[in-house]
Write a new protein. Sequence first.
Length: 537
Amino acid sequence: MLVINNLHAKSRARGTEDEGAVLVAVLIVMLVGFIVVSTIASALIFTMGFNTTDRYRLQAFIAAESGRDAAVAELHSSTGCTTGTTTLSHSGSDPIYTATIYATSNATQPTSDSGLTASCPTSSSTFVVIKSTGSASNGTTATIDAVYPWVVTYQQQAGGLLTYFSNGVTTQSSSYTGDLVVRSGDYNCTNAGTINGNIYVTNGSANFSSACTVNGSVYASANVTSSSQNLTITGQIQAGGYVSLASDGYNYQCSGVPTPVSGAVPCSGNVTAGGTITLSNQGTNDGYIFGKVQSASTITVGSKWHVSGTQSPNTTFPGFNPTMAWIYGVTSWIDLDAATSWNPQVSVNPCSLTDAQVTALLSAATTSLLLDYTQCSSNKTNINLSAVTVTRDAVFLAPTASQLNVTVNGALAGSHQLFFVHADSSRNLVNGQSQPDCGNGNQNDTFNVASGASNTDSMMLYTPCGLTGTIRMNFSGQLYTNQGGLNFNNGASYTCQAMSWTPALPLLGCSISGGAGSIIVTTITQALGGRLWQSEK
């Protein structure tokens, strides 16, 4: 019995110990559970608070975007933005936002509205910035700045001998009819050629170093200089910088006579400069100005100069009319490629045709014709035309990666339009503007007109790759190129002709102001382009 009792006693002792261990375990589990539940609860509370904050931020951002969209819709509307009215600044109550429109004419893309003045875009604008601040119901705010290109197009644009982004141009033609616009760099006249039209240098100087004749006016954003003899300019000179002319020859005359006429009334051939005007005694002959001389600085007139009009130093420069920004815009590059809406009545694959067969197609019918060389495998597009009477308008389209070589070996008779187009490789905007993009490794295309050849039709040479070659007979049409190195020999002249191809090309005129093909009075279409950039804060 004693043995049994001892066993029961030991058993009761072990049971008490196990019950204590279980109790400790339960307490530990409860503590861990409490910690887990507390952690989850804290996370839930934090998440709920974060979601609430995020919800208000999202509300504010959506409200800001609503303000931006309201301003965009206004710019896209038929009435557009109007300075001085509520359309310049937009506000809404549901959602709550305020949005303001800013316009700039800067060449480089702005990053925000900082430093800009609230204004509506005009034909000289390059970018539009919309700043919009949205508010949530608890007062949380979000602000966005959205940048857009302001795209200006014209019913007519200037064609002819234009130079785009190519660091200046030197004329080689013995005679050129049409206004000459140099968009980048200087204009240089180095031979005894004649330009029957005005010269506009939108971002550079006009320099004359030989017996050049301009039957028109010279406008340069920078300077106008002459250091040689027998320069004749029959219109006016206007320079944003200085004017420096040598007296060697009849350097400047608006009346068209070599010597002053007693009692003559001064004509419109004035010399106006934003800087100094220096008429030096360089050379052996006298110089003449049959108009007024006006400078925002000093005027120096040598003894060999005869100025019939008044001299007005220290007079405010009046500016250009039309403005250089307007001229720069109206002469912007037009992108042409295989995606252009040529919409010909007949399209032909010319890859297997001979030169004679290609020439024959120009007189085979009266329907418009597209010869699509983009389907050919050769890395050169050689077009050789012999004498033919052209009875239809035609486009010769060369692929981007090709080198375009056009040769005219005979007389092209008729009164139609021939377009030789080297496809542009990109339509991407640079600083809000289109620009020529050569896709063949920057090999110049060529255009050659043989002796005895001529054209009464209008021919356009379009190339983003630059153009070289020799023209030995008179040429009529358009040269539309990134840069030009054409030579005009045998007294060959170049006469610009207004040209168009609906709907691919607008009317390309030849004159900025006055005369046939004038574009000074034109329909301007302004539109907001696709968003370029947006900041959020």
